[in-house]
Ligand binder design. Structure first.
Ligand code: ATP
Length: 577
C-alpha cells in the first residue's frame, strides 16, 4: 500500500491535506476550553460582554474549522481518486504491453477485479487515511493533553475506558480482518463465473445448461453475500460498543467530576469541557481502529495489484535494438525448437525454412500439430528454446518489438474486431490509410459487397463484430491485415470460415496485390485447396516438419500430405487452387 501511495500520491497535496487537518483539529480542540470559560468566567460572574466576545470567538473558530475540514476533504478525495486513476492506467499499460503468457497465471477474471474492485478498496481507504488517520492521532493527543490540563485526577477515568475500548476493537479486528481479505477472492470467483456465462451464453442455451450456470453463479454470489453480511455485522458491532463505552465514560466523569466539584477541586465549566474532550478522545480512538479494520482489506488489494505490476515479461527488447531493413522482405526459421512453459514435450522441433519477398509459405497439418504455435513465434508471443528466427535478415531478438510488430501484419485464428465503424477497424493497422486504400483491401478480401450493403465504411461494428457472420468477420480482419504495409503477412487459419469459391478468389487477388507481394505471405490452413498454390508448403505433424515442397512434389512423395489429400478428396473436396 505504501509503495502504491509513494508512487501515485502528489506529496504537495498530501501536505496541504495535513495542513488543513491541523487547522480543523486546532479549532475543534479550542472550542470546549472556550465553553468552559463562558461557564466559569462569563456565567459565574454574570459578565454578558465576556459571553458575547467568547461566543464570537467560538463562531469564528467554528467557521475556520469548517474551512479546514473542507480543504482536507477536497485534497483527500481528489488525491484518492487520482491515485485510483493512475493505478488503473498502470495496470492497463502493463497488461496491454506485456507478453500474454505471464498473465495467464493471474487469469482474466482476476485481472478485471484487480483493475476495478481492488482499486476501489484502495481509494476508499486512502480517503479515510488522508482524513481520519491524520485527524485521529492529532485529536487523540490534543484532547488527552487538554483533558489532563483541565483535571489530572479525572484523567484516570481513561485508564479504565481505553483498555476496554482497545479490547473490543481488537476482538472485532481479529474476526473481521480475515473475512475482509477473503471477500476479494470471492469477487474474483463471481467475475469468473459471470464472464464464462456471458461469453458462453449461446452454448449454455444450446445445451440447456441455463439452470446449471445460474446455480453456479448463485453459489458464488451467495458465498460472497454471506461473507459480506458476516463481516459487516461484526464491524457494525463497533458502533453500539463505542456508544456504550463513551456513555459509560461520561457517567464515570460526571460521577467523579461531581464529587470533585462538591469538594471544590474542580469548576463546572471545566467538567463540561472535560466531557467534550473525553468524547473527542474516544471517538478518535475509534476512528483509528476503523481505519485499521479496513486497512488489511486494502493491503490485500494492494498486494494483488503489486503482484500484477511485478510480473516480469519474458519477452524483452535488446539493450541496443538494431534497425530493421524493410527493403527486402524475408523470413527464416533456423533450426527452431520451442516448448511451452512447464511442458515436457517440445511443441516445435527443428523447424527450418526460408521464404523471400513475393513467396507464399503454407503450413498444413492436423489439429494440434503446432501450426499456430509456429506462427505465434513470428510476432514474439513466445521465444524459441533454441534456434533463431530472422525477419529481413535480422534476428527477431535483435530488433525492438515495436519495429517487429510494425513489420508484421497478422490475422489470428479468432477474428477480433472492436466496437466502432468499419473504417475505425480498418485503420487499426494503418492509421493514415485513405478510403480508396481501404476499399481496395476490402475488395481483395472479398468483403466490399456486404460492407456496401451494411452502410459502407461508416457502417457500425458492434462489440466483437457481433453484427457480422463468422465468415464476414473473417473477411474484415483479412482486409485489415492486407491494408497494413508489412514485410510479413500472416493468415492463421483465416480462410477456414470461407466457402471454397471465396477462398479461391481471395487467394487469387492476394497474389495480384502489389503491396502483399512485396512481402512474405504465411498461410496456415487445414484444407489442401487453400495451400495448393503456395510456393512452399510445410507439412507439420506433432510439432515436426515432416515434409516441405510444392503441392506437386508433396503429392508425389510425402505420406502425411497424401493422407491429408486423400481424406479431403474422399470427403468430396476439390483441390482447386
Ligand atoms: N498456451 C499453451 N500452453 C501449453 N500448450 C499449448 C498452448 N497452446 C498450444 N499448446 C499445445 O501445443 C500443441 C500445438 O498447438 P497449436 O495451437 O499450435 O496447434 P494447431 O496446429 O494450430 O491446431 P489447430 O489447427 O487445432 O488450431 C498442442 O498440443 C497444444 O495442446
Amino acid at each position: 500500500m505504501m509503495r502504491l501511495a509513494r508512487k501515485h500520491l502528489d506529496w504537495w497535496a498530501v501536505a496541504l491535506a495535513v495542513g488543513f487537518m491541523i487547522i480543523q483539529v486546532a479549532c475543534d480542540l479550542s472550542l470546549p476550553t472556550l465553553t468552559s470559560d463562558i461557564i466559569d468566567k462569563g456565567i459565574a460572574n454574570n459578565d454578558i460582554g465576556y459571553i458575547w466576545r467568547t461566543g464570537g470567538q467560538m463562531l469564528l473558530l467554528s467557521f475556520i474549522g469548517v474551512l479546514g475540514a473542507a480543504g482536507n476533504v477536497y485534497y483527500a478525495s481528489t488525491q484518492s481518486q487520482r491515485m485510483g486513476q493512475r493505478i488503473r492506467t498502470d495496470l492497463f499499460k502493463k497488461v496491454t504491453f506485456s507478453s500474454t503468457e505471464e498473465f495467464e497465471t493471474v487469469g482474466n477474471a482476476s485481472l478485471i477485479t484487480r483493475t476495478t474492485n481492488d482499486v476501489v478498496q484502495i481509494q476508499n481507504v486512502m480517503v479515510q487515511m488522508l482524513r481520519m488517520m491524520l485527524m485521529a492521532p492529532i485529536m487523540l493527543v490534543g484532547a488527552g493533553v487538554l483533558a489532563y490540563v483541565k483535571s489530572p485526577r479525572l484523567t484516570m477515568v481513561f485508564l479504565v475506558a481505553l483498555p476496554i475500548l482497545a479490547f473490543f476493537t481488537g476482538l472485532i479486528m481479529y474476526f473481521a480482518v480475515p473475512l475482509f481479505k477473503s471477500l476479494q477472492k470471492k469477487i474474483d470467483r463471481i467475475n469468473l463465473v459471470f464472464r464464462e456465462g456471458l461469453t458462453g451464453v449461446r452454448v449454455i442455451r444450446a445445451f440447456n445448461q441455463d439452470q446449471f450456470e445460474q446455480d453456479r453463479f448463485e453459489g458464488a454470489n451467495q458465498d460472497y453475500t454471506k461473507t459480506g453480511i458476516k463481516v459487516f455485522m461484526i464491524v457494525s458491532l463497533m458502533f453500539p460498543v463505542i456508544t456504550l463505552i463513551v456513555s459509560g465514560t461520561n457517567i464515570g466523569i460526571v460521577w467523579y467530576g461531581g464529587q470533585l466539584i462538591g469538594h471544590q477541586a474542580m469548576e463546572v465549566g471545566n467538567l463540561v469541557a472535560f466531557m467534550t474532550y473525553a468524547t473527542q478522545l474516544l471517538i478518535s480512538f475509534m476512528m483509528v481502529s476503523m481505519v485499521f479494520v479496513f486497512l488489511p482489506r486494502a493491503q490485500a488489494s494492494a498486494a494483488r495489484i503489486n503482484e500484477v505490476m511485478d510480473l516480469k515479461s519474458k519477452i524483452n527488447d535488446a539493450d541496443q535494438p538494431l534497425d530493421l531493413n524493410t527493403d527486402a522482405a524475408s523470413l527464416t526459421f533456423d533450426h527452431v525448437n520451442f516448448r511451452y512453459t512447464g511442458a515436457e514435450k517440445l511443441a516445435l522441433t527443428d523447424v527450418n525454412f526460408t521464404a523471400t519477398a513475393g513467396q507464399t509459405v503454407a503450413i498444413i497439418g492436423g489439429t494440434g500439430s503446432g501450426k499456430s504455435t509456429l506462427v505465434n513465434l513470428i510476432p514474439r508471443l513466445f521465444d524459441p528454446e533454441s534456434g533463431q528466427i530472422k525477419l529481413n535478415g535480422t534476428a527477431l531478438t535483435a530488433m525492438s518489438q515495436k519495429a517487429l510488430h510494425d513489420a508484421i501484419s497478422i490475422t489470428q485464428q479468432k477474428a477480433v474486431l472492436f466496437s466502432g465503424t468499419v473504417r475505425s477497424n480498418m485503420l487499426f493497422g494503418m492509421p493514415d490509410a485513405t478510403d480508396d486504400q481501404i476499399w481496395h483491401a476490402l475488395d481483395v478480401a472479398q468483403a466490399s459487397d456486404f460492407i456496401k450493403e451494411e452502410g459502407g465504411l461508416d457502417g457500425v461494428v458492434e462489440q466483437n463484430g457481433d453484427n457480422f457472420s463468422g465468415g464476414q468477420r473473417q473477411r474484415l480482419v483479412i482486409a485489415r491485415t492486407i491494408l497494413k504495409r508489412a514485410s510479413v503477412y500472416i493468415f492463421d487459419d483465416s480462410f477456414s470460415a470461407l466457402d471454397f469459391k471465396t477462398d479461391s478468389l481471395l487467394r487469387q487477388d492476394l497474389r495480384k496485390d502489389e503491396q502483399v507481394q512485396n512481402g512474405v505471405t504465411v498461410i496456415v490452413a487445414q484444407r489442401v485447396s487453400t495451400v495448393a498454390d503456395a510456393d512452399l508448403i510445410l507439412v507439420i505433424d506433432g510439432g515436426k516438419i515432416v515434409g516441405q515442397g510444392t503441392h506437386d512434389e508433396l503429392k508425389e512423395s510425402n505420406e502425411t500430405y497424401q493422407e491429408i489429400l486423400d481424406s479431403q478428396l474422399r470427403k468430396g473436396d476439390t483441390v482447386d487452387a
